[in-house]
Design a protein around this ligand. Structure first.
Ligand SMILES: *[C@@H]1O[C@H](CO)[C@@H](O)[C@H](O)[C@H]1NC(C)=O
Ligand SMILES: *[C@@H]1O[C@H](CO)[C@@H](O)[C@H](O)[C@H]1NC(C)=O
Ligand SMILES: *[C@@H]1O[C@H](CO)[C@@H](O)[C@H](O)[C@H]1NC(C)=O
Length: 447
């Protein structure tokens, strides 16, 4: 085992050494970003490889944004490409895929390039540890032992691990009947892709996002996610999405996922008690942030960083209100209103016990919860409880808007003759997902 590990390390080192030679001599237009990157590299302060990356962690986010600025300011496609190839061999895998994806989506010259779906790049964020474990064993044994693993069979030249997520016996919780929905790979990737399109750290004031009402879009998307989940609950005999407050969260969550360094995703126990010393700081932060936003809604204005009032009594204010609740860079006062959404994810994801690990004394190491990673947040039922609570703030805001008058709602020239709706059905179909990219290669395969 030891020899195998050493072999892998040596291999990575030769790769890096080979690529250093054609280091980007031509920096992009953002010299600041390049300078920061070079310093991080020189002082060995980049997030190391093979540990999880959490874009909500400020220090890791800063590294990712710096790398994004480097790529995004590349003076042409060739520089963009060379920079990306260089970074690929240097930075953390999670950071690399994240930054490259956001950059490809927004850089003018890479429009139309299709990014490989994340569930094939990082399969372990989509399949539980049991599936990944079987895949790893088969990867080592080859096909000769396939018949000894329940649920596996050969299909053409591939090994198939057959899986029905609803009946994984190790899980216990109200959400199990809807886990086919919560764990849906396409749904989770959709939320992740929405985030890549409107990253909370990317400004909508100038640059690629300027033509969107990002806040309003976010409100709309979250509303859709919640409505759909609510319908799935109802058709599976579950009641309303539970309310959360600051006492006890009855519904726990265990994802069964394992990060690629082997550390399991944090778990939230059933009847999660929020009134405990470790959590007081987080709870009181959310209480203050929510109170500030609720006060603003009731008084009718937000206060920006210069102390100027921003009127909330207009329908268009939904955009700024959503920016404040998400806590994105377009929030008029991020220091005062913070990010309620992130604060809740942090609290209910229950990942804070790992916050104080550092690499090299400087770089925080984290074990993000499913809630905190955009590709997995929709899996945790708490996501919808948080959304419900935050969507209620919008409902409160709307009660202060003037009521519609009949003229605004009437379309006198249109006459509705008939309304017909098909029966809504959820159907299941099997699908093949490729987990090859999560499996280690041996010396020969990697040549
Ligand atoms: C350049 O990069 C730095 C560091 O990431 C960032 O603070 C700055 O806003 C970027 N400048 C532009 C014009 O994007
Ligand atoms: C998965 O298991 C559930 C519960 O037994 C069952 O209702 C569902 O039809 C199964 N799904 C598939 C695709 O086999
Ligand atoms: C699975 O992915 C690997 C690596 O990208 C690829 O070589 C292989 O052909 C894929 N298998 C199938 C069945 O698509």
């Amino acid at each position: 085992m030891m020899r195998f590990l050493l072999g892998v390390v040596a291999l990575l080192l030769t790769h890096v050494a080979a690529d250093h030679k054609d280091f980007i001599a031509q920096p992009g237009k953002n010299v600041t970003a390049l300078k920061i990157f070079l310093e991080l590299k020189e002082f060995n302060m980049l997030l190391p490889r093979s540990v999880p990356f959490n874009v909500l962690e400020p220090r890791q986010q800063w590294e990712a944004v710096t790398l994004f600025n480097m790529l995004y300011s590349a003076k042409d496609y060739a520089t963009f490409y060379k920079t990306a190839v260089y970074l690929r061999h240097l930075v953390n895998e999670g950071v690399f895929i994240y930054v490259l994806s956001v950059a490809i989506l927004h850089y003018p010259e890479t429009q139309g390039i299709i990014i490989p779906p994340l569930y094939e790049v990082f399969p372990s964020h989509y399949h539980n540890a049991e599936i990944m474990n079987i895949a790893n064993k088969i990867n080592t044994h080859g096909k000769r032992l396939v018949k000894f693993y329940p649920q596996t069979h050969i299909w053409e030249n591939n090994v198939v691990i057959k899986w029905n997520t609803t009946v994984w016996p190790y899980l216990d919780g109200n959400y199990v009947p809807v886990s086919y929905y919560l764990n849906d790979y396409a749904l989770n990737t959709l939320y992740y892709n929405v985030h890549l399109t409107y990253p909370f750290w990317m400004s909508g004031k100038q640059g690629p996002l300027s033509k969107f009402n990002r806040g309003e879009i976010l409100w709309f998307i979250n509303k859709q996610f919640n409505n759909r989940y609510y319908m799935e609950r109802l058709s599976n005999g579950l009641a309303e999405i539970p309310e959360i407050d600051f006492n006890i969260v009855p519904e726990g969550y265990l994802s069964g996922l394992v990060h690629f360094n082997g550390v399991p995703f944090p778990e939230r126990p059933n009847y999660f008690y929020l009134y405990q010393p470790k959590l007081i700081k987080y709870v009181s932060k959310i209480k203050s942030l929510e109170r500030r936003v609720r006060d603003a809604i009731e008084i009718g204005y937000l206060v920006d960083m210069k102390g100027q009032k921003i009127n909330l009594r207009t329908p268009e204010a939904i955009n700024v209100l959503a920016n404040v609740i998400e806590g994105n860079v377009d929030s008029p006062n991020i220091f005062y209103y913070g990010s309620i959404l992130t604060a809740w994810k942090e609290l209910l994801g229950n990942s804070m016990m790992t916050k104080h690990m550092y690499w090299n004394g400087q770089v925080p190491l984290v074990i993000p919860s499913a809630l905190e990673m955009f590709q997995t947040s929709l899996r945790d039922p708490a996501f919808y409880m948080i959304s419900k609570r935050l969507l209620n703030l919008f409902t409160l805001w709307r009660t202060y808007l003037p009521v519609y008058n009949p003229e605004e709602l009437a379309f006198p020239s249109i006459e509705i003759q008939k309304v017909q709706v098909d029966k809504l059905v959820t159907y299941f179909e099997y699908t093949y997902l490729n987990v090859t990219n999560a499996l280690p290669m041996n010396e020969n395969e990697s040549k």
